[in-house]
Design a binder for this molecule. Structure first.
Ligand code: URA
Length: 258
């Protein structure tokens, strides 16, 4: 049977695979948009997250929200999860055995989400997801390609709270993320804009002198516009509906070209 978010959340919330279940208040499963292109991965819940059952809700979480806002994203645009879903006591780093026991849930989350971009928040997530010898001070902001995902790591927001001198570097890393999202998203928007500005827009203004049919131009303009919106909407979707919507967009595009 194919996996579902409900089944995964149920399994995760009842997990007793390592000893962290004994001290947890809540399992912190993950939050965000289940169609998101970008998956953020932290190391594990802290005290606030354990109390509320949601990742990154403390001071570090607010800083993460601010960084997202700077590049035009909201929490609802991305998905946020952790390597381990239960709070390690005293906020210590999650142990290898704990990460090993929990990583299957993150793998299932990634399989359901199928993100294009993964951003590791801090050293622990980067060492687990990108490579075991990851050096956060040297390699933050660099892009890696692994298993078909584009990945990078940024400083953990809690590290930025402890050492604000690192914020400008982190700001650059988030700008790099914004650029990557723009590069990967909606390559068709560009084509549509070229079509619009080079052909339809001049035609709209010149129709009087060139004896072109204004209604036909308006019709073409509408098709062009709708196609652009449909392409943009479906580009980031990962479910099967998206396939149907892309077919409709292609049909519309063909109509436009006729
Ligand atoms: N730090 C993390 O790595 N994850 C959280 O959810 C909160 C703080």
């Amino acid at each position: 049977m194919p996996d579902t978010w409900e089944a995964l959340e149920h399994d995760c919330k009842n997990c007793r695979e390592c000893s962290l279940w004994e001290t947890r208040t809540n399992v912190v499963f993950g939050v965000g948009n289940q169609n998101a292109e970008v998956l953020f991965i932290g190391e594990g819940p802290g005290a606030n997250e354990d109390a509320q059952g949601e990742p990154f809700v403390g001071r570090a979480g607010h800083l993460l929200d601010d960084m997202l806002e700077i590049i035009g994203l909201k929490r609802d645009d991305v998905y946020i999860a952790n390597i381990v879903k239960c709070r390690p006591p005293e906020n210590r780093d999650p142990l290898g055995v704990e990460q090993e026991a929990c990583i299957g849930y993150l793998r299932r989350q990634a399989a359901l989400l199928r993100p294009k971009i993964i951003v590791c928040l801090g050293r622990i997530a980067a060492m687990r997801i990108i490579k075991p010898d990851f050096k956060i001070t040297r390699e933050h902001g660099q892009w890696f390609e692994k298993n078909g995902f584009q990945m990078m790591a940024v400083y953990h927001p809690a590290a930025l709270l402890r050492d604000p001198r690192r914020r400008p570097e982190s700001f650059e890393d988030f700008k790099g993320l914004q650029q990557k999202i723009n590069e990967r998203a909606h390559p068709c928007r560009f084509l549509m804009q070229i079509a619009y500005f080079s052909v339809l827009c001049p035609a709209k203004f010149l129709h009087k002198w060139c004896f072109l049919d204004k209604n036909a131009i308006d019709g073409h303009f509408c098709v062009c516009y709708i196609t652009t919106i449909l392409f943009e909407r479906t580009w980031s979707l990962s479910d099967e509906d998206c396939c149907k919507q892309r077919c409709i967009s292609l049909l519309l595009l063909l109509l436009l070209l006729l």
